[in-house]
Ligand binder design. Structure first.
Ligand code: ADP
Length: 382
């Protein structure tokens, strides 16, 4: 049973403030992913949790024990790194057990038993007598995971563990990590810059930007109810389209279209759309359709110019423009669209988002599927 808590956690490196006062509670047995662009402070947060960096301000708790200034070895957490961090001159077995004998906490029999179990779980028994240079990247990362597992830690801390693997292996190892977590249920904090990895692995996902937490929510809630433009554009691929509009008497008005908005949101709460205000309309490429393909969506359509088409196999990504504004949409895979031509576009009216142009905060989501009352409330009132 291990919960982790960060209280107003801050880390400065000289003039650089890498982490700006994070508050975060990680539940017992949770798989929590921290995602964000390079340099946003993800690794620093993880290293502070591990005790590999000293805290500038704030506190870290493991259950009811404050560990802010506790040595890494006394925190009983296991780190897994991107570069595997294996000793090249040691066999897989030695890499896994290194340090366990000298700690005095384990008998030789206990170590052998644990190694055999971990090797069986990770399917690495035949790597135990090999040195890292004779292993593939995926095998090395398995051995590194073995080293984490044998210690039966209170928490796993993983820093981009799959980034050095090729795309196919990454997907395979992703599934493996999910399986391991289901088996051990150990509290896990996992850092990545890859939003797909975050969405597929995280029970909850923390989106960070510039040393701060932007939003903490389950993956689907992040996708459906982004709290601000940053989250909206970071989560989802291709990214959400953003178009400047004026909200006027319950319509989002652009020179090319006039989309009706509903004052009542999915959860029944009212939204104050004001009489007239500038806004940024967010709509995902997958929520836009060729009008001819979706006659069921009603008759609010608009005309756009086709700039470029990219066949992706399962769909056609269409780069369009309305006036000077560019956006992307998805169409059926074999749609015959000519660059330079025009298309009639429609959209899912339940999937519009509006953001404040100054602050970037979301003030309206027309999403119908509600994943939790709390998240709706947070997403619309913050
Ligand atoms: P991320 O893991 O999200 O890519 P990091 O946590 O590694 O980001 O870094 C956050 C910020 O802190 C960056 O601006 C980075 O340059 C800075 N930083 C990280 N480690 C150090 C260090 N040891 N010394 C100075 N600056 C650092």
């Amino acid at each position: 049973m291990t919960t982790l808590k960060l209280e107003n956690l801050r880390k400065e490196y000289g003039d650089v403030v890498a982490v700006k006062g994070l508050d975060l509670s990680i539940r017992d047995g949770e798989f929590l992913v921290i995602v964000g662009p390079s340099g946003c402070g993800k690794s620093t947060t993880l290293r502070l949790l591990a005790g590999l960096e000293t805290v500038t301000d704030g506190a870290i708790w493991m259950d009811d024990r404050e560990v802010t200034n506790t040595e890494p070895k006394d925190r009983n957490v296991a780190m897994v790194f991107q570069n595997y961090a294996l000793y090249p001159h040691m066999t897989g077995r030695r890499n896994i057990t290194f340090g366990m004998n000298s700690s005095g906490s384990y008998s030789d029999e206990e170590i052998d038993r644990r190694v055999a179990e971990a090797a069986d779980t990770l399917d690495i028994t035949d790597l135990l007598d090999r040195k890292p240079q004779a292993m593939s990247g995926g095998e090395r990362q398995r051995v590194a995971l073995g080293r984490a597992i044998v210690r039966d830690p209170d928490a796993f801390l993983m820093d981009e563990p799959l980034s050095n693997l090729d795309a196919k292996l990454r997907i395979q190892m992703r599934a493996e990590l999910a399986r391991l977590h289901a088996e051990f249920n150990t509290t896990t904090v996992y850092v990545t810059h890859d939003q797909t990895e975050a969405m597929t692995l995280g029970e909850r996902v923390v989106v960070m930007n510039d040393g701060e937490i932007m939003q903490v929510d389950p993956p689907q809630t992040l996708y459906d109810y982004p709290k601000n433009r940053f989250v909206a554009e970071f989560i989802g691929d291709p990214a959400m389209n953003m178009l400047d509009v004026v909200v006027e008497h319950d319509f989002a008005v652009h020179e090319a279209f006039r989309l009706p908005l509903h004052r009542e949101e999915a959860d029944g709460s009212g939204v104050d759309l004001g009489t007239t205000r500038d806004a940024v309309l967010g709509i995902r490429p997958e929520d836009l359709y060729l009008a001819a393909e979706r006659p069921d969506l009603g008759k609010t359509e608009f005309t756009a110019r086709v700039d470029v088409t990219e066949p992706l196999g399962d769909n056609l990504l269409v780069h369009c423009s309305v006036g000077d504004d560019l956006f992307k949409m998805q169409a059926a895979p074999r749609s015959s669209l000519e660059p330079g031509g025009t298309v009639s576009v429609t959209y899912d009216p339940a999937r519009l988002h509006l953001f404040d142009p100054e602050t970037g905060d979301a003030f309206y989501h027309s999403t119908e599927s509600v994943s939790s009352d709390e998240s709706v409330e947070r997403a619309t009132t913050d």
